[in-house]
Design a protein around this ligand. Structure first.
Ligand code: PRX
Length: 682
């Protein structure tokens, strides 16, 4: 399945320097380890597991599973019989066994330059234990779900690891999501407590997060779920006595005037609760397959899916992918620019790096605030060696040219990474040539919320790179390409990307909905995990992701379901029907182009357009704000009433070559739709 020899044309290889100390230093070594991971997984992962702490060891085989719906329930079990605690492995093991207590765990860099903090492994352990005791004092027990809705502050890591320490299941909701989205997620996972913050700045914009949290809790109450505890971190609005009692000084951009609504029956002040809380907390020993966290991701039906990850497999997988894909070395300073509210932040800001005792940058701000050199200023300030970001951020910065980059030296950089969507060759070349000064290999990591960690990815000192290809499978991962009839294609081919067997980090179920889990990922092609992505394999065996093949859009590296946006639009009384498609966008990858049919008697106006945009933003969050809304008195439908999205995508792009339209019930609507195109969508 892997090529006999690495190709020698059009490829980029890691430098001799990098190869000297690398964990996997050649393509031959990668192939040898890969075969071991597939043929003798017990031995392969067993060796890796030796580095971790197990309260009790596992018995039996490393992975037990069924991936075939025709043979019964889909399940994956990893290291059955073992008990451990991830927080213990991330913190206590590093502080006590590996003597890394004084090592910096995070350099926190706030929204405003100059606003920064440092936390060592020892300090992080103390703070996590204290907050774990706070959670316990609030009645949180093993297995309870805790919702976390916070900006990118150190306390977010503290809150998530405190949950893990006591065996509670965190459900983090990205702080850019709306009150409605937060409410939906709290209800779905039946959370008993919410941890949030007063507010934060995104660039110059002040976000009053507590207002949104309150709105979400009220919506929950209206729907019958009474959450009567909400812990509020005062990030911007600390009172002087709270500052004195807290370990972290207020952020420089504190905002004492921020109006934080306070309900004494529900709200609890983070700082007050911590006062007097012990910094020792015995971890709760968990079974390998106990739930670790739930993270919601868009589903093609419109309702987000609660992806559930469990303890041992996820820990081993994120730790191993982090170590090998970023070739982690003890003197590294690693920076992943994602938000912890997404899977990239879970796996590659918190779990993978801390499991390796890494030093990371945790950044609250924006790549263009206060100016477009911010990222490179941070790279030089902390002497970042490994940088992991998204193609959309690269394209955004590319627009400003190379001058803002060249102002800073960036000589510490060794490896660059990308994630979230296919990277276009121009962006790849710019990242490689300008940011990395042609010295740094780029690891283009393909994975999903569901896969827990990287599944197709280069190893920086081993894999010759082709710009735009995620190259080859990580250890334990067996990809295949299927045609529409479910036949495996050999050699150069294009089709559905699937995986033939589980790896330790794969999701275990959709929280509370096993049938949905089986239908989405396993029904279409029994025996395979279906990614939902299209993929091409070239003559050298390299994998190239071609994009989603379901009704999902990838906006700035984040998946959105067209159905979710459509249902937000039709909730407006003026809209009778809506159809949403993706339109290529130079920075975001895809933008949202919405067609709306209005109810009788309503006219399409700028005010209505603005109202609809606002409505979607309020229902889902700012990332789902439509870029274009077009009046569509009629939508192109088949005789059976199915909307022909293929045609809408062409209309959105003003492409008149429509192909076969003989199945259209009324072809005159197409002409009308072209005439009504948004004037701004040239
Ligand atoms: O379509 C693929 C795209 O992002 C999807 C997963 O999105 P999400 O669960 O939000 O996780 C994003 C961060 C891991 C995939 O199904 N995707 C992710 N990484 C890549 C990618 N497409 C191409 N190349 C990538 N490197």
């Amino acid at each position: 399945m892997l090529p006999d020899k690495a190709p020698d044309e059009d490829v980029f290889c890691g430098s001799a320097d990098l190869k000297r100390d690398a964990h996997v230093a050649s393509f031959e070594k990668y192939k040898e380890l890969y075969m071991k991971s597939i043929e003798t997984p017990d031995e392969f992962w067993g060796d890796i597991a030796k580095d971790f702490f197990w309260k009790t060891k596992h018995s039996g085989q490393f992975l037990d599973y069924n991936f075939d719906v025709t043979k019964g329930k889909i399940f994956v079990k990893c290291m059955e019989g073992a008990t451990t605690n991830i927080c213990y492995n991330l913190l206590d093991r590093n502080v006590h066994d590996r003597k890394l207590g004084d090592r910096v765990a995070f350099f926190w860099e706030g929204n405003d330059p100059g606003d920064d903090l440092t936390v060592t492994y020892r300090e992080l352990l103390q703070r996590v234990c204290q907050f774990a005791n706070v959670l316990k004092s609030q009645g949180v027990k093993k297995g309870d779900r805790v919702s976390i809705y916070m900006p990118m502050v150190l306390e977010l890591v503290v809150a998530m690891l405190a949950c893990v320490r006591i065996g509670a299941v965190h459900s983090i909701v990205f702080a850019g999501f709306s009150a409605e989205s937060l409410c939906e997620r709290i209800l779905d996972s039946d959370c008993s407590l919410l941890v949030t913050a007063d507010g934060f700045y995104r660039g110059d914009k002040l976000i009053n997060l507590k207002l949104l949290a309150d709105e979400a809790l009220q919506k929950c109450r209206d729907k019958g779920l009474l959450i009567n505890r909400c812990i509020v971190l005062k990030h911007l609005s600390k009172e002087p006595e709270e500052i004195l009692g807290s370990q972290s000084p207020p952020t420089k951009r504190s905002c004492p005037d921020l109006q934080v609504p306070w309900n004494p029956d529900v709200d609890l002040c983070w700082h007050a609760l911590l006062r007097g809380a012990s910094d020792e907390c015995e971890p709760e020993w968990c079974e390998s397959e106990d739930p670790l966290f739930i993270l919601y991701t868009s589903g093609s039906t419109g309702k987000p899916k609660g992806v559930l990850h469990t303890v041992s497999g996820y820990m081993l997988y994120t730790a191993t992918t982090f170590k090998l894909v970023f070739d982690h070395q003890p003197d590294d300073v690693y920076w992943c620019t994602a938000d912890i509210g997404w899977i990239t932040g879970h796996s590659y800001i918190t779990y993978g790096p801390l499991a390796n005792g890494a030093t990371s940058v945790l950044f609250e701000g924006l790549p263009t605030f206060p100016n477009e050199s911010r990222m490179w200023e941070i790279v030089d300030k902390y002497r970042v060696t490994k940088l992991y970001t998204a193609p959309t951020a690269i394209r955004l910065l590319m627009k400003f040219g190379s001058e803002p980059v060249k102002k800073y030296k960036r000589e510490s950089l060794k490896i660059l990474g990308t994630v979230g969507e296919p990277i276009n060759p121009e962006a790849w070349q710019w990242y490689y040539n300008v940011v990395g000064d042609k010295r740094c290999p780029i690891v283009d990591t393909f994975w999903q919320t569901e896969t827990g960690g990287h599944v197709l990815t280069p190893l920086p000192a081993a894999t010759p790179l082709k710009p735009g290809s995620a190259t080859f499978p990580f250890f334990g991962v067996v990809p295949a390409i299927l045609n529409e009839s479910g036949e495996e294609l050999e050699g150069p081919s294009e089709g559905y990307l699937v995986f033939k067997q589980p790896w330790p980090g794969v999701m275990r179920t959709v929280y509370g909905n096993q049938p949905r889990f089986e239908t989405i990922y396993f029904k279409k092609f029994p025996g395979y995990y279906v990614t939902g992505d299209g993929c091409r394999r070239d003559k050298d065996g390299y994998y190239w992701i071609t994009g989603r093949i379901d009704d999902m859009l990838n906006v700035s590296g984040h998946l959105l379901s067209t159905a979710e946006v459509e249902s937000a639009l039709v909730e407006h009384k003026a809209v009778a029907e809506a159809a949403v498609v993706g339109r290529p966008h130079p920075v975001k990858g895809e933008s949202l182009y919405c067609f709306v049919s209005l109810t009788n008697g309503v006219t399409f106006t700028c005010t209505l357009e603005a109202e609809l945009k606002k409505q979607v933003r309020e229902k889902i969050g700012a990332i789902a704000t439509p870029d274009y809304i077009q009046n569509a008195p009629g939508l192109p439908k088949t005789r059976s009433g199915k909307i022909m999205r293929r045609l809408l995508r062409k209309i959105a792009c003003n492409e008149h070559d429509l192909g076969d339209i003989s199945t259209l019930a009324d072809s005159s609507v197409v002409q009308q739709l072209f005439q009504n195109r948004c004037s701004t969508a040239v």
